[in-house]
Design a protein. Structure first.
Length: 301
């Protein structure tokens, strides 16, 4: 099933994508998180709803699609350097000698106020950063709360998958000690969606992830090229740490990011960035100049 959030009669609603239409669920669901928190029984209810053809339908093209999850229990969970070619391109760009490949995944978080919908404008303010970059990623949506989850049990804790574009400010990352939180947490900069596809509909071995900037493909990789597969990420991250139903985990980006290119390619006002993946739809967002600096007295540069 493909769960989508949207505006309908000036209210946020959730539905199931069926071809070119959306089947509206009960108005008690305003966010896909509401469906996840209702538990597995709701999936059986939704399946019966689809099979009987009952309920209201509307054309997907007529709806303003929202980020599928907009209410989070915590920061967005993220994985760094999970494609070895991206790890290598970063080392080469920084002029570092070859390092031993990581033996365990690298994790960080980013603020939930970054989240926007699949067609919303990406906020951009060159006063904060001169190095805005794109990062196409597959996001895992946790469906069952757990701690110290084994790799064998990891799939049982997955609700589904969606796309994310982890827009990053490279110079902000360096300004704040090289850590990633600040340089990846600017408000209104991370598109997710367009829907959450339940795990039973996604063949991860066949999923190809792409990022296109102004009509030119810049990233192109199979999910199977991850250094650490999703089950391993869940096992490592949940070790001694509770993952809650509704948590979102970004799984890393492949090579081809802007900062690693020669010359570098950074985003600018008016650029269009498209992220797509097999069976997961696409994010299509335009970079739009926005006042993010406000009345700050911080001196940058």
């Amino acid at each position: 099933m493909k769960f989508v959030s949207f505006e309908y009669n000036a209210r946020a609603r959730v539905g199931i994508v069926r071809g070119e239409d959306v089947c509206l669920l009960s108005d008690r669901y305003r966010d896909v998180l509401d469906v996840i928190e209702a538990g597995e029984s709701v999936l059986a209810e939704v399946q019966r709803f689809i099979e009987t053809g009952s309920g209201e339908r509307t054309a997907l093209k007529d709806l303003k699609v929202l980020a599928p999850i907009r209410r989070f229990h915590r920061d967005i969970l993220c994985t760094g350097w999970n494609y070895l070619d991206h790890f290598a391109e970063g080392q080469a760009k920084r002029g570092e000698p070859a390092k031993e490949l990581p033996k365990a995944p690298t994790f960080f978080t980013k603020g939930p106020n970054t989240v926007i919908g699949s067609r919303d404008p990406i906020a951009f303010d060159e006063r904060l950063s001169e190095q805005w970059d794109y990062e196409a990623e597959l996001a895992v949506v946790i469906g069952k709360t757990g701690r110290s989850i084994s790799e064998n049990e990891a799939e049982r804790h997955i609700f589904g998958y969606c796309l994310a574009n982890d827009i990053s400010q490279r110079d902000l990352q360096r300004r704040h000690g090289g850590q990633w939180l600040k340089g990846k947490s600017i408000d209104g900069t991370m598109p997710i969606g367009p829907y959450v596809v339940t795990k039973d509909e996604v063949d991860l071995a066949a999923v190809r992830l792409e990022c296109e900037l102004n009509g030119i493909v810049r990233q192109n990789a199979l999910i199977s090229q991850m250094a650490f597969p999703i089950a391993k990420l869940i096992a490592e991250l949940s070790l001694g740490m509770t993952l809650r139903a509704g948590d979102m985990l970004l799984t890393g980006t492949p090579s081809g990011v802007g900062f690693a290119r020669t010359p570098p390619i950074f985003l600018a006002d008016g650029d269009e960035v498209v992220v797509r993946a097999t069976g997961l739809g696409e994010l299509r967002n335009r970079v739009v100049r926005t006042d993010l600096f406000g009345n700050s007295d911080v001196t940058i540069g």
